[in-house]
Ligand binder design. Structure first.
Ligand code: PBG
Length: 344
């Protein structure tokens, strides 16, 4: 047999590592944490084994666990003590995220990113404010205790884009005032990056970076998160503001707008089912690209591992390496603390 080309030559131990094209480091990872103002003890999140909602008093301890595991960046989500129609606790000076971030930045060296959205703070669970007729219909339904989807009414229950912008900017500024190192708006409100950038600059935070969830799909993989953060919409869905999973070119338009509006980094979400998008964004822009390996991606590996069908550490490492190979510079992932000790 005349065979001069043998790719296997480079696969042996020793050379295999030397020719490896992609690496995963603990410095690529960001772990989401959930701080809950409604509890004074830690509450395990059932669909996300290993993760908990922690009271504000435990926020520092929670971040120290991440640091001990070798994860130096956290993304903070809050569950407020109360919700209302406009989500006012999202920008309260003594809000759950603001209090937690103040403690974390005072007592640790972690890099603190905050999620900027209203869905955990509005009583209807949408990522912005509703139109007035929608509010009435929501009130009616609430008093009737009929929260099930009503297709006819749902058509009117839309989030008001422009009215929401100012609230997002206020929220971002309040996170910056509490000491956040970076804000990450996730509400898919058109114009949110411009509004937040302007708000931060006016408040003197011109050096604070904004990582846009530029390309966020309307995904069933967010299911466990919505339990974790108590942010499921009380009616309807997020199809009128989050992206259609069928669309690839639209992702470039979304990302381009956010770049024009001043985003410093672009995030794609979810990660694994959308690696084509991560790769496109990588190729099209020179900004740092982040991918969010979401709650459903975490839950499905754990569920299979619980059955003994696969090894969670190995599949997590392979998944995260694949997200890097597709072009991500950093990954927001619930696996961060599981894999960081295995890296470097
Ligand atoms: C808030 C937000 C969501 C996630 C991150 N920020 C939920 C949603 O849009 O429904 C999902 C994260 C995950 O599933 O891990 N808008």
């Amino acid at each position: 047999m005349d065979m001069t080309r043998r790719p296997r030559r480079l696969r042996r131990d020793g050379i295999r590592e030397l020719v490896s094209e992609t690496s995963l480091d603990s410095s690529d990872l960001v772990v989401p944490i959930f701080v809950d103002a409604t509890t004074d003890e830690r509450v395990p999140i059932e669909s996300m084994p290993g993760h908990e909602r922690v009271p504000v008093e435990d926020a520092v301890a929670r971040v120290e666990e991440a640091l001990d595991a070798g994860v130096e960046a956290v993304m903070v989500f809050g569950i407020p003590e109360s919700k209302d129609e406009r989500g006012t606790r999202a920008w309260a000076e003594n809000g759950v995220v603001q209090r937690a971030v103040r403690d974390i930045t005072a007592e640790t060296d972690a890099y603190v990113i905050t999620d900027v959205c209203l869905c955990e703070y509005t009583e209807h669970g949408h990522c912005g404010v509703l139109a007035s007729e929608a509010r009435e219909s929501w009130e009616e339904r609430r008093s009737d205790d009929v929260l099930e989807a009503d297709a006819e009414a749902d058509g009117r229950l839309t989030v008001q884009n422009d009215e929401t912008l100012d609230l997002l900017a206020k929220t971002a500024v309040s996170h910056a005032e509490a000491g956040a190192d970076m804000v990450a708006p996730s509400s898919m409100t058109d114009g949110m990056i411009r509004a937040i950038r302007a708000g931060l600059d006016d408040a003197g935070f011109e050096n604070l970076p904004v990582m846009s969830y530029a390309v966020k799909y309307e995904s069933a993989f967010y299911g466990p998160f919505r339990d974790a953060a108590d942010g499921a919409p009380a009616f309807g869905d997020r199809r009128h503001y989050q992206m259609d999973p069928a669309n690839r070119r639209e992702a470039m338009r979304e990302a381009r707008l956010d770049v024009e509006e001043g985003a410093d980094a672009l995030l794609v979400k979810p990660a694994l089912p959308y690696l084509d998008i991560v790769s496109d964004v990588r190729r099209e822009f020179d900004h740092p690209v982040a991918a969010y390996n979401v709650s459903g991606e975490y839950a499905m590996l754990h569920a299979a591992a619980e059955k003994g069908w696969l090894d969670v550490e190995e599949t997590a490492l392979e998944s995260l390496l694949s997200v890097k190979r597709a072009g991500a510079d950093l990954i927001v992932t619930y696996f961060a603390e599981d894999v960081a000790p295995l890296l470097d």
